[in-house]
Design a protein around this ligand. Sequence first.
Ligand SMILES: C[S@@+](CC[C@H](N)C(=O)[O-])C[C@H]1O[C@@H](n2cnc3c(N)ncnc32)[C@H](O)[C@@H]1O
Length: 347
Amino acid sequence: MTNDTTDGWTGWRAATEAALYGPDGFYRRPEGPAGHFRTSVHASPLFAEAVARLLCRLDEALDRPARLDFVDMAAGRGELAGGVLAALPAEVNARTRVYAVEVADRPAALDHRIEWLSEPPKDITGLLFANEWLDNVPVEIAETDSSGLPRRVLVRRDGRERLGEPVAGAEAEWLDRWWPLPAEEGLRAEIGLPRDEAWASAVATVGRGLAVAVDYAHTASSRPLFGTLTGFREGRESAPVPDGSCDLTAHVALDACALPGGRVLTQRDALRALGIEGARPPLSLASTQPAEYVRALARAGQAAELTAAGGLGDFGWLIQPVGVDGLLVDGLFVDGLLVDVPDHEEQ
Ligand SMILES: C[S@@+](CC[C@H](N)C(=O)[O-])C[C@H]1O[C@@H](n2cnc3c(N)ncnc32)[C@H](O)[C@@H]1O
C-alpha cells in the first residue's frame, strides 16, 4: 500500500478498502449489494440452478462423498447459497454443507442450514464459487506521467486524484507481465496483484474439487487503455468516489489470476454447457399448454439475459480444478463445453 497519506491522499487500494469494508463501508450497509445493482444471482434463479447442476456433476466425479461442500464466496446476502440449496436434488442436498463467506453480517432471515463465515472453511471437498468477488478486491491504479513512466494514482475521499511515486517492486513486475503500459501520457492500468493473491488463497482452501470465479473480465489481448474503475449507486453507474457512498469496482484480469490448470470461458459458454439456453419455446406449446408456454417463455427471457452478448454472457468464468484428475474435470465440464463451443468463442 502507499506510504503517502499526507492530507488524506492515499493509493486507490487503501481508499477502496476503507470505502467498501471500513466500519461505515458501502458493503456493510443494510440494503446489501442487491440494493444497488443486479448480479447474475439476482437476475434469475436459473443461475443458482446451473451452479447446483455443476455441483451435482462434481459430486459424481468425486464419487459422491459423504460430505459435499459448497462455498458461496463473497456471498452478499447469501442469495446464491440459498438458491443452490433449494435447487439440489434431495439426496445430494442431504449430504451438502453450505457456507456463505462474507464481510457483512449474517442476514436475520437466512436459512439456518447456511453457515455464515468471514473466511472460507479449510480443506473442502466440493465447489467454491465466487460470483463478482474479485472485481471488489481493492487494487492500486497506475497512470503514465508526461515522461511515460507509470506512477501510482493517489486519491482523496472526495475522489480528486493526483500522481504519486513511480510503481516499483512486485507491482511493477505485475504490470510488465500482465498489463504493460505504453509510454504515452494518461494511460491507466489496475494492478491486479492483490486479486491474484486473493484467488490463490481461496483456491488453497479446496482440498478436492473446483474453484470458480465469475466476473467482468479482460485478458492480455484486450486490456482497456484507460482502466475500468467505476462506481455504482442505486442501480446507476457513477463516478468512483471512495467515501462509502457507492460501490467501487474494476474489471478483473482473470488470465492473471488463473493458477496452473485453470481455464477461462465466457459465461455464455459455461451456462450453455450447464443446460441454460436462451431459445424460445415452440409456438405450438402456446395452444396445447398455455401455462407451460408462459413459464418456458419467462425462463427463456431470463436465460437470454444471463447469456447476452454485451452483458452478463460476456463475463468470464475462471474454472480451477484442485486435486482431481484433470481428465475427470474435463469430462465433467470443460470437454463438455468444448464439444458445444466453436474454437473462436473461447477466450
Ligand atoms: C458485488 S457483491 C457480490 C455478491 C454476490 N456474490 C452476488 O453475486 O450477488 C461483492 C460482495 O463481496 C463481499 N466481499 C468482498 N471481499 C470479501 C472478502 N474478502 N471476504 C468475504 N466477502 C467479501 C462484499 O462484502 C460484497 O457483499
